[in-house]
Design a protein around this ligand. Structure first.
Ligand code: C2E
Ligand code: MG
Ligand code: MG
Ligand code: MG
Length: 281
């Protein structure tokens, strides 16, 4: 009896595993088609300064699947990384972002904006990564000083020397770097000091809890202090309320990104936001 139950549980587990594997394979097959079929698009999320002025945007990848609907990057970026598809996809994102930066340079309400692009570890690890970025800048005519590349701590643990070299080469051309999701990774202060960064991004998990959780508040405050000590900029991501913004301003953080200011939106909507902000003064 007990043996039968065990066997049934095992069979059930097998069936579940098999269906999970099938689902993954189906998603992977679709993901291979996403780029050639034109199903990938970019959304733009506003970044503001302490006075509420727009300073830039982050581009966030979206996959509009014909049957599944909008697939979250949390669901497909890991798969893109596992399959290597992140390389062509990441290259496409960078190119599209730089095309947009170049177009913005010609309009008064967007000319000063920076555009932040998320990178994956595999992209940075490519031997010709620097040359690729420079070529995209060259082809599109985007101003390198308006491009900000977002890295995460976990991307930097494996070969930090190589990463530093590549960052320095791009920084020499004006490209800026932000460390995303800061505080959630494994940064040692010793190597953080050596990275040619411009900005720390306070992870949204701390921002979410600054009012309710003293340790999150203390961490957010420490990150701001750390950035100041190291001469780096600091921006808070995931700011959803005026109260969170006020807390952050109190501890010295004057750059924000989050639903309180604007959700990630398609280009046309983002440009409408810029015009509205400009009209408001
Ligand atoms: P991330 O780079 O940390 O981006 C911030 C995420 O927080 C975005 O999720 C954004 O929509 C969300 N967010 C912004 N403001 C708020 C807020 O006030 N509240 C809450 N709850 N969430 C907020 P999204 O767009 O789903 O992207 C998730 C992650 O996927 C990104 O995290 C990034 O790691 C990755 N990703 C997105 N686009 C790309 C890309 O082009 N390339 C790579 N390699 N990764 C990307
Ligand atoms: Mg990011
Ligand atoms: Mg982040
Ligand atoms: Mg992230």
């Amino acid at each position: 009896q007990a043996k039968d139950a065990g066997r049934n549980a095992l069979r059930f587990f097998d069936a579940e595993m098999a269906s999970a594997v099938r689902a993954r394979m189906a998603l992977e097959k679709d993901l291979r088609e996403a780029l050639p079929q034109g199903q990938l698009t970019l959304h733009y999320q506003l970044q503001v300064d302490g006075a509420g002025r727009a300073t830039g945007a982050e581009v966030l990848l979206r996959w509009q699947h014909p049957q599944r609907g909008m697939v979250s990057p949390a669901a497909f970026i890991p798969l893109a990384e596992k399959t290597g598809l992140i390389l062509p996809i990441g290259q496409w994102v960078l190119h599209a972002a730089c095309v947009q930066l170049a177009a913005w340079a010609g309009q008064p309400e967007t000319a000063q904006l920076t555009l932040a692009v998320n990178l994956s570890a595999q992209q940075l690890r490519q031997a010709d990564f620097v040359a690729q970025v420079l070529q995209v800048l060259d082809e599109t005519g985007a101003n390198p000083q308006r491009l900000k590349l977002e890295l995460t701590e976990s991307m930097l643990v494996s070969n930090v020397e190589d990463a530093i070299e590549k960052m320095q080469a791009l920084k020499a051309r004006g490209v800026r770097f932000a460390l995303d999701d800061f505080g959630t990774g494994y940064s040692s202060l010793a190597y953080l000091r050596r990275l040619p960064l411009d900005q720390l991004k306070i992870d949204q998990s701390f921002v979410r809890d600054v009012l309710g959780d003293p340790s999150a508040a203390a961490l957010a405050q420490s990150i701001v202090a750390l950035a100041q000590t190291m001469g780096l900029g600091v921006i808070a991501e995931g700011v959803e309320t005026a109260e969170q913004r006020e807390f952050l301003a109190r501890v010295g953080c004057h750059a924000y990104q989050g639903y309180h200011f604007g959700r990630p939106v398609p280009l046309a909507e983002f440009e409408a936001q810029m015009q509205a902000l400009r009209a408001a003064g």
